[in-house]
Design a protein around this ligand. Structure first.
Ligand SMILES: Cc1cc2nc3c(=O)[nH]c(=O)nc-3n(C[C@H](O)[C@H](O)[C@H](O)COP(=O)(O)OP(=O)(O)OC[C@H]3O[C@@H](n4cnc5c(N)ncnc54)[C@H](O)[C@@H]3O)c2cc1C
Length: 594
């Protein structure tokens, strides 16, 4: 098994050459002085060291041992506590946290890359701090000052962890069905009672306290999702001096036995008159929770990219060593399998979609940063629209490709990919959940087409396509004929997709089912367009680098050309299917006939 090596040069290429994140940080008052290129480089190097030397080595044993319940206590795999301690000593849990409460205040456009390293090194381990980071965002955005002062510093330091408690046995995608109850108490807090299932990190032995963010309903709440409220419920109550107080009526009933991410404890949590504190407004819990869910959706998209990257590194290394079949240049001897076109098809599919996925994570991170910190209100509104549009895309598209890529990575190993020894089968198992949790990819597609496109009559999509066109119009194309066929291809795709979207909106006005029937293919179409756009930007940046670093630039150009010629063509099928959308294709068959 290959040791994980963070792809720092590629990360720097995306940050500085392609998206000019360093210029963006310098021009944004919130980040000026907080981060510059030197600091970002030093942090990337340090994160690469921690993930390679301290976290990746816990991946295999973590999978083999799994999280376990011993005498009623949840134990993470034996190597996790020491790795977590080292991780916290480096200050990583608070990397994006608000400096007013002890966070490091790094932009999301930077920390998406350290998240990628974590997921690539060990997805099970990564989930503990990534859930905590999402919980702190929701607390910082919606909780009272007293709650922020009590909980945020300890969560940023990693001493306390956070969870997201939404799912119940009968309420998964449809959170309006939840039954967990919140009864108001005389002191302004609430007694929370109910059962949540599938709670990641619901209990563990890494931190001295766990801060659960729980969706619940008051007895007189309106029916459905409009009646949910969000509560902060600590595992242990917290004394005024911030020391740990008595147990708070939260217990772990059991943990799940799963296909992958075995080192992540997935818990049934019972709340029995547990004391909770309101976060945000009553009956607006889902809105407050969305602060966390949007963050986690990006984070899970990054899980797809991180697992793909690890699988790719293993596959490249193996394909250079494994001798099978004759190569054109060595007809007498068995050649390394990397000489075979079919092996290259798999490696290039992985490489071209991983690099575009990484660029999308940073690109979305920059819009997320602008949605909070851009000085101009108009720019903040634009950023919020683009974040809304692209969040379901990064979550679902990067994880659908995550499964495709880890399967390519397994296939490169032949039978050796199917057995445990090389770690490729673990990556397939570990990435699979990313298509399911944080809202299934089917639900992400509905969110995109129903809420983010149809509901505003394509306004955000138009904004996004204008943004793409305006970036493309800045390319100095006259001097760069190598880019012009790809600019033309993308321009044509934008036109076709705009016309198609009008057609989908008209059909949706007549039949809501037609929106639901188009959703997944539409999300994939937008995903490929987005990756194509980011490949154009990377190819443009590579041309600038050609004089100084021709080998690196040529590799980027060849990979981008592969993407346009062999992967972007998948949009032909998607466009054709979407144009002739007929809900009867799905609904024509009677349910009884399945
Ligand atoms: C390992 C693991 C960790 C998890 N961690 C957490 C966590 O930390 N916190 C938490 O709250 N939850 C967590 N979950 C729960 C997870 O988010 C849910 O499993 C997921 O949202 C789907 O809900 P469900 O399993 O009830 O499936 P269902 O909602 O029953 O869906 C079943 C199928 O029907 C489809 N479907 C449902 N409704 C529609 C619709 N309206 N239109 C089209 N298709 C639809 C879905 O896409 C899916 O394919 C975790 C789950 C797992 C397995």
């Amino acid at each position: 098994m290959q040791n994980y090596r963070a792809p720092i040069t590629d990360m720097q290429f995306v940050l500085y050459n392609t998206l000019k994140a360093d210029q963006f940080w310098a021009s944004t008052p919130r980040f000026g002085g907080q981060i510059d290129r030197d600091m970002a480089d030093a942090m990337l190097a340090e994160a690469a060291k921690v993930t390679a030397e301290c976290i990746a080595p816990t991946n295999r044993s973590g999978d083999e041992e799994g999280a376990q319940m011993v005498d009623g206590e949840v134990k993470t795999p034996s190597a996790f506590p020491a790795a977590y301690k080292t991780f916290c000593e480096g200050g990583w849990p608070g990397i994006g946290g608000d400096p007013a409460y002890g966070g490091l205040g790094m932009p999301k456009s930077f920390s998406v890359l350290t998240d990628e390293m974590l997921y690539a090194a060990n997805s099970s381990f990564a989930l503990y701090p990534c859930l905590t980071a999402g919980a702190t965002l929701a607390i910082n955005a919606h909780a009272s000052e007293a709650l922020k002062q009590t909980y945020l510093p300890k969560m940023y330091s990693g001493e306390w962890a956070g969870t997201m408690c939404l799912t119940e046995p009968h309420a998964g995608s449809d959170l309006g069905l939840i039954r967990t109850r919140a009864i108001p108490l005389a002191d302004g807090s609430y007694a929370i009672t109910g059962t949540k299932i599938f709670i990641t990190g619901g209990d563990q032995d890494l931190t001295e306290n766990i801060v659960h963010l729980v969706l619940a309903k008051l007895p007189d709440a309106p029916a459905g999702s409009r009646g949910t409220s969000l509560f902060l419920v600590p595992k242990f109550q917290v004394n005024e001096d911030l020391s740990i107080g008595p147990h708070n009526g939260v217990s772990c009933g059991s943990i799940e036995h799963k296909m992958g991410i075995k080192g992540s404890a997935t818990c049934v949590l019972n709340f029995d008159d547990a004391r909770g504190f309101l976060v945000g407004e009553l009956n607006h819990g889902l809105q407050s929770m969305f602060t966390m869910m949007n963050y986690e959706r990006l984070s899970i998209g990054i899980q797809g990219i991180g697992c793909s990257e690890m699988s790719y590194q293993n596959a490249v290394s193996y394909s250079r060593e494994r001798l099978q079949g004759k190569g054109v240049e060595s007809p007498q001897n068995a050649a390394p399998i990397i000489v075979h076109p079919d092996v290259r098809r798999m490696l290039l599919t992985m490489k071209s979609t991983i690099e575009a996925g990484r660029a999308l994570a940073v690109y979305l991170g920059m819009w997320l940063d602008q949605s909070s910190y851009a000085e101009c209100a108009e720019q903040r509104r634009k950023a919020q629209g683009l974040v809304g549009l692209l969040t379901p895309v990064v979550k679902a598209f990067s994880t659908d490709l995550g499964l495709e890529n880890t399967i390519h990575g397994q296939q490169v190993f032949g039978g050796h990919g199917y057995v445990r020894e090389w770690g490729q089968e673990q990556l397939v198992r570990d990435v699979r959940i990313a298509q399911i949790y944080e809202g299934t990819n089917g639900i992400q597609a509905l969110d995109l087409l129903q809420r983010k496109v149809f509901a505003n009559k394509g306004q955000w999509l138009r904004l996004y396509f204008e943004e793409i066109s305006s970036v493309m119009s800045d390319f100095p194309e006259a001097n760069r004929p190598v880019l012009s066929p790809y600019v033309a291809r993308l321009t044509g795709l934008l036109e076709d997709t705009s016309i198609l979207t009008e057609q989908i909106i008209r059909a949706g006005e007549e039949s809501p089912l037609s929106i639901a029937a188009s959703a997944t293919e539409f999300l994939h179409l937008l995903g490929y367009i987005t990756y194509g756009f980011l490949w154009l930007r990377m190819m443009d940046a590579a041309l600038d680098l050609q004089p100084q670093n021709p080998e690196f630039a040529e590799a980027k150009l060849a990979t981008g050309q592969f993407f346009f010629k062999r992967i972007l063509t998948r949009t032909d099928t998607l466009l054709s299917n979407l144009r002739q959308q007929d809900t009867d294709d799905y609904m024509g068959l009677k349910a009884a006939s399945f």
